[in-house]
Design a protein around this ligand. Structure first.
Ligand code: IPE
Ligand code: IPE
Ligand code: MG
Length: 257
């Protein structure tokens, strides 16, 4: 553990980052695969395939800097409305990638889990995700959270149902109760959200959890988003003043949950 921390200090120094202000939780909307492929006269699926390298680069950068949780928006509830060929290709790519990468993830100390309506995924995906979660369950350098068949409104509806079923009285419900019924109940809120491809919207991602998150919008299409771009987003974050409604710039490492 000590060696890992020393390496993180060295990396921060090398990139000119403040090791005290590395966000604990970074969330990414990985967008622009289709446009990246189109620019090359290729199919959208080709773009998704090339997006895997960017996932690897972000995981490595997160490990190197000491980010504790990295949430990747990989497939939204609304993405089910895409052509069935693209949906199937994305599911196949997920299974293939998990099979190929799980050992390397475990070697690096990455624990894998999901948020979302994963019961809606094909059974082959569910089985592979379960296996990958089991195989990495004891790793603790970085938690990699894949948002799959996820949307914030789906999550909130589930939370409301669970709160109602819990028998709590209306006067007993507060913001903490809601947080405790979300799929992210054991996670700190993301301090930084990155969206690639030049779109400036949230697309139904972590609406509750991002009440005070800093947003970094990058014009780069996801397959071109490498380690340097990830570091650039962290640098941008470190230049922000976070006030949480007050007047003082609050230490970036304070959890906003
Ligand atoms: C993001 O890239 C990947 C997923 C949503 C699964 P897109 O497929 O949305 O690519 P663009 O936005 O059409 O370029
Ligand atoms: C958001 O991207 C979802 C994921 C990255 C998984 P979309 O490409 O689906 O979002 P919109 O439709 O442009 O808002
Ligand atoms: Mg898109």
């Amino acid at each position: 553990m000590k060696a890992v921390e020393n390496q993180q200090l060295e990396s921060c120094a090398a990139w000119g980052l403040d090791p005290q202000r590395i966000p604990k939780h970074v969330a990414i909307i990985m967008d622009g695969n289709g446009r990246w492929a189109k620019e090359r006269g290729e199919s959208r699926v080709f773009g998704h395939m090339n997006g895997i390298d960017s996932v690897r680069a972000s995981v490595e950068a997160a490990l190197e800097l000491g980010v504790n949780h990295l949430t990747l928006y990989a497939f939204s509830t609304e993405n089910w409305s895409r052509p069935v060929e693209e949906v199937n290709a994305l599911m196949d790519l997920l299974v293939e990638t998990l099979i190929k990468e799980v050992e390397a993830l475990a070697d690096k100390g990455v624990r894998l889990r999901t948020i979302g309506d994963t019961g809606a995924l094909p059974t082959s995906c569910q089985a592979q995700l379960k296996l990958a979660a089991e195989q990495t369950a004891h790793q603790e350098n970085l938690e990699l959270i894949l948002a799959l068949s996820y949307s914030s409104k789906w999550e909130m509806v589930e939370a409301v149902k669970a709160v109602m079923a819990s028998g709590l009285k209306p006067e007993e419900v507060d913001a903490q109760v809601i947080s405790d019924h979300l799929t992210t109940r054991d996670l700190p809120d993301p301090e930084l959200m990155i969206r690639t491809s030049g779109e400036h919207r949230i697309s139904n991602f972590l609406l509750w959890q991002m009440a005070y998150t800093e947003f970094h919008f990058s014009p780069v299409l996801w397959p071109d988003f490498g380690k340097e771009e990830f570091i650039g987003a962290i640098r941008d974050f470190q230049n922000r003043k976070r006030r949480f409604g007050g007047l003082l710039d609050t230490n970036h490492n304070v959890e906003s949950r």
